[in-house]
Every structure is written in C-alpha cells, then in structure tokens.
Design a protein around this ligand. Structure first.
Ligand code: C5P
Length: 218
C-alpha cells in the first residue's frame, strides 16, 4: 500500500496514545488505538459471560462486535464504552484476551481497515512488528516503570479516583511481563524501530522528535 503508516509501540502507560494523537493531528492523519480493540473485545466477552481464557469463544465475540470509532470515542453496538475501556480492569482483560492467536487474527483484520489516505498513526504493541511491517516510520516508546506509574497515578487523581502508586507500578509491570513473554506477538521493538525514551521529555518534545524523524524519512 502507498498509504504511509507511522507505528508507535511500547509498554503500558508509556504515553503512546497521547503521542499518536498529537502526531496524527499535526500531520492530518487518521489514528488507530489498537489497545482499544483488545479492551473492547475483553469487555464484550465478559459482558456475555464468555471465559476469557477460551480463545475461540472470545474470537467469536470479537468477530461479531459492532464497533464504531468517532471523535475520539468508542461505541459498542451504539453504546459509548470509552470511559469503561479506560478502567484498569479493562486493561487487564485486554492483555488476557490478547494472548490468544484467534483473537489477534480477528482484530488484526479490523486494524488494517484503519489505513486510509492521507496516512495513519497506529499505536499498540505489535503495530511495527506484525500488523504494519511495511510502516514508513516505526517508533518504540519507553519510559521507566516509576515514571509510568506516576503518570497513571496523576491521570487517576485528576479523574477523582484514588490510587496507590506502588500498586499501580506492580500492576503495570505484571501486564508488561505478560505482554513480553506471551508466544503470540510478544511486545518487542521491530528491528528497524527507532527507540524513544520519554521519561525526561515533555509531550511536546516527544512529538517534535517523531515529526523530525518523519521529515527526514520523506
Ligand atoms: O495499550 P493498551 O493499554 O490499551 O492495551 C491493553 C492491552 O491490550 C495490552 O496490555 C496488550 O496486552 C493488548 N494489546 C496487544 N496488542 C496491541 C495493543 C494492545 O496485545 N496492538
């Protein structure tokens, strides 16, 4: 495909989503939050009482999902599930269903449909390695676990949800460990990915870095 793709992969709470949104906005590109698809599949399956360890059953639910993305919100059969998808429990469910190859096959197909002119910025765990191996620019975003836990803590406090930083750090490290060690599309940088550690960067600095890399590629 001639339609350019920029992939941003990395661990939990590394700031992929914000970076992807800002880069897409700057370039006028579409954006794919692939984690939202895994979160939606986990939510849809748990709502109908499907065992999240049953890959075929979850894949069947995922295949039948009526998902719509509009104005930064996610709708499941017309219901706005965006807020529910952001909950920690949705992230944990997502990483549970993401370990099943049949689920990944269904969701990969949906992800390819997001590629449309003039371009796409896709964030997740395997965007550069599996879903868009021909991406024009691949970024692997990292930040220390302490930094990521602190950011997640701030987000929750801002929403009026109390949380314990140490507990958050343990949760995100457990989820990262599962994402890195699973056999189906484990989290790892693509061979041709550029590494970006944003622990000491503002969002604007990270955006500027990615846009600079992009200018050099063009
Ligand atoms: O990025 P986010 O936190 O929304 O992702 C939730 C979970 O979905 C991740 O922990 C991971 O297990 C899974 N995921 C994945 N592949 C992707 C995106 C997300 O396996 N491309």
């Amino acid at each position: 495909s001639d339609i350019p793709v920029i992939t941003i992969d990395g661990p939990t709470a590394s700031g992929k989503g914000t970076l992807a949104d800002e880069v897409a906005h700057a370039l006028g590109y579409a954006v794919l939050d692939s984690g939202a698809l895994y979160r939606a599949a986990g939510l849809a399956a748990s709502r109908v009482g499907v065992d999240l360890d049953d890959g075929e059953a979850v894949a069947a639910v995922a295949r039948g999902m009526e998902l719509r993305f509009a104005k930064g919100r996610v709708f499941l059969a017309g219901e706005d599930i965006s807020d529910e998808l952001r909950l920690e429990v949705s992230g944990l469910r997502a990483s549970q269903v993401a370990a099943h190859p049949p689920v990944r096959r269904v969701l990969n197909q949906l992800q390819l449909d997001f590629r449309r002119p003039p371009g796409l910025v896709a964030d997740g765990r395997d965007m550069g390695t599996d879903v868009f191996p021909d991406a024009a620019l691949k970024v692997f975003l990292t930040a220390s676990a302490a930094t990521r836990a602190e950011r997640r803590h701030k987000q929750l406090i801002a929403k009026g949800i109390s949380a314990n930083i140490e507990g958050l750090r343990q949760d995100l490290e457990a989820r990262d460990a599962r994402d890195k060690t699973r056999s189906a599309s484990p989290l790892h940088p693509a061979q041709d990915a550029l590494m970006l550690d944003n622990s000491a960067q503002t969002i604007d600095e990270s955006v500027a870095q990615v846009l600079e890399w992009w200018q050099k590629r063009r």
